[in-house]
Design a protein around this ligand. Structure first.
Ligand code: ATP
Ligand code: MG
Length: 578
């Protein structure tokens, strides 16, 4: 491609709203453009990278025997009502009505649609297993669209769904997808970790997230260097502190004026934080969020953090159906007193107690009375939980839930997720097949997603420097850029054209920067665009040399045009597949 003819506009300035490298660089390189918050379009170079990521996905999906189809983004509400998700999915679902008032949504995911296809098409065990995938635009009305492609409201996803006769079949399908995902992300040039994950709104029994390691990622993962434990911190189990062997002392009310936080009360009473109980108050709603269904008081040890995912799972409600309570309102209804809330004597709310508190003795908790706390509070004797479960967040240094060694915590970008769904959709939607004995059996499903556009952003996060993107060869929009320093110089022009033609003939994807621009602009753009190999044709041609530089390396070398062409071809062929 001749850059003089290409649609491209790079920006020198950092766009205001962009905070992280991928967002800044994808906008500055002109690869994508923002339309409105969380909605982006892709220009020629950006679109080429997206198509390369898609091609890698297609190759690896096809290699597993999965078949590509394409479903509509527009989905009728009826199918979502059958699965029960029309109400459960919450405000993230982009809902709309047609001219006759019929409800639709723009698909955030496609379990219902694929289950519908399969229940209509599959009758016999002979037709199973099946695995269908698509690469498609998804819609989610995210509460906080941000970081460009990381969390957008319209994005491209590869999603696929496996259909098996039984759990053993699902295990095989799941393993194939897990392995394919590892190949895909490796080929895209990502450093990643597969970790155990919560199953969230999609539901099901077993799941892994593929997390590209990055400080700007929104996922937090816990892992252990001593064993192979690796899980999102949302999901990671917690090893409760050992039971305390102490006599229960008589409960005692103490005046603690103005001590509203755990830090304040612990220092006022000269207690370690792990001898206190922290209270967190919530109000919960029905799935549609149209009415309140009650208050929740959650209690954990004072030195711990609450894990919201574990809390909503313990309550059996979707993540969107809970928020922090207005303590002024909750007080009269339940007996809590803001800043002085404890588990003793509460009423008319669901009390959720972290499992660890059961074995702790003589704890300090709020007295539900302004400026007072209670000392020597003991589970069983003084209070009970309606629900007792692990609801705490695993932090760096906490004992690994598997082996007990100190846990490590890292941040990452969730680029893909695989789920074992089991019969979560086939049951409500009636997706059956007939087995060898003509008995009706439920189809056992798995579902698997990759965020294509988020993967593009993750690649940029892991591969950039202060001057721009450094694309891995496998997903670079072009492999080589030939920078013609002076388009007016006939000799330079002839050499550049020759290199351009020979690389193209060898199947290398080449940009020829033949624009009428200053050399500085051309070099800056080449760095910003991140094309892996740059061959600069400048004054050196008078002495028979061009400059050869890899974007990922600082050094430049002089080579003859022949050497430069041959080296570029060899490098591209070695790396293009990823
Ligand atoms: P998250 O927890 O980040 O909101 P999710 O778990 O809801 O994501 P899935 O339903 O598992 O997402 O979707 C499959 C993949 O689609 C994710 O692994 C991610 O790569 C991508 N994805 C999900 N939401 C977005 C979004 N808002 N913008 C871009 N990509 C997304
Ligand atoms: Mg996910």
């Amino acid at each position: 491609m001749r850059m003089s003819e290409m649609h491209m506009k790079t920006l020198r300035e950092v766009p205001n709203e962009a905070e992280i490298a991928s967002h800044i660089l994808l906008l500055r390189s002109g690869m994508m453009k923002k339309l409105v918050s969380g909605v982006y379009g892709f220009m020629p170079l950006g679109w080429r990278t997206i198509r390369k990521i898609e091609d890698i996905i297609r190759q690896e999906m096809d290699a597993t025997g999965a078949q590509e189809i394409h479903c509509s983004a527009l989905q009728p509400a009826e199918l979502w009502e059958e699965s029960g998700r029309w109400s459960k999915y919450g405000p993230e679902l982009m809902r709309l009505k047609d001219r006759n008032g019929r409800d639709f949504c723009l698909g955030p995911t496609h379990e219902e649609i694929f289950t519908d296809i399969i229940r209509n098409d599959i009758t016999s065990y002979r037709q199973l297993p099946q695995n269908l995938y698509q690469i498609q635009t998804k819609y989610r009305d995210e509460a906080r669209p941000r970081f460009g492609l990381m969390r957008s409201r319209e994005f491209i996803m590869k999603d696929n769904y496996s259909f098996d006769r039984d759990e053993a079949g699902l295990d095989v399908s799941y393993k194939k997808m897990y392995d394919a995902y590892s190949k895909i992300f490796t080929r895209c040039g990502l450093t990643f970790r597969p970790v155990e994950a919560d199953t969230g709104a999609i539901g099901g029994s077993n799941s892994h997230e593929f997390t590209a390691l990055s400080e700007v990622g929104e996922s937090e993962i816990a892992y252990c260097d001593n064993c192979d434990m690796a899980a999102t911190t949302e999901r990671a189990e917690f090893r409760d502190a050992p039971e305390v062997n102490e006599e229960m002392l008589p409960m005692e009310e103490v005046n603690t004026p103005g001590t509203k936080t755990i830090e304040e009360v612990a220092s006022f009473l000269n207690l370690p934080k792990d001898r206190t109980i922290k209270a967190l108050m919530f109000v919960k709603y029905n799935d549609e969020m149209t009415e309140q269904t009650g208050y929740v008081a959650a209690f954990i040890r004072g030195d711990r953090e609450l894990n919201m995912i574990k809390l909503v799972n313990a309550l059996g409600i979707p993540e969107h159906a809970i928020e922090f309570a207005d303590e002024e309102k909750m007080g009269p209804a339940t007996g809590i007193v803001g800043g002085f809330t404890g588990p003793v004597g509460l009423h008319d709310c669901t009390i959720v107690v972290d499992s660890e508190l059961v074995g702790q003795k003589n704890m300090c908790a709020g007295a539900n009375k302004k400026d007072y706390h209670l000392k020597n509070v003991n589970y069983g004797r003084d209070y009970k939980g309606d629900i007792v479960k692990d609801i705490k967040l695993l932090r760096e240094g906490d004992p690994c839930p598997v082996c007990g060694q100190p846990t490590k915590v890292a941040r990452g970008i969730e680029v893909g997720q695989v789920f074992k769904l089991g019969t979560k959709y086939s049951e409500p939607m009636g997706a059956y097949y007939k087995d060898e004995n003509q008995q009706d059996r439920l189809i056992v499903m798995g579902c698997y997603g990759i965020g294509v556009t988020r993967t593009m952003a993750a690649v940029v996060e892991q591969h950039h420097d202060e001057n721009g993107i450094i694309w891995p060869m496998s997903v670079a929009p072009y492999h080589v850029i030939v920078t013609l320093v002076s388009a007016a110089d006939e000799q330079q022009k002839a050499v550049a054209e020759d290199i351009y033609g020979r690389l193209q003939a060898a199947g290398v994807e080449v940009l020829l920067d033949d624009r009428d621009e200053r050399p500085g602009v051309k070099f800056k753009d080449a760095d910003l665009l991140g094309i892996p190999v740059r061959i600069t044709v400048g004054r050196g041609v008078a002495n028979g040399v061009v400059e050869y530089k890899l974007r990922r390396e600082a050094d430049k070398t002089e080579k003859t045009p022949d050497e430069a062409v041959n080296d570029a071809i060899a490098l591209v062929n070695a790396e293009r597949r990823g």
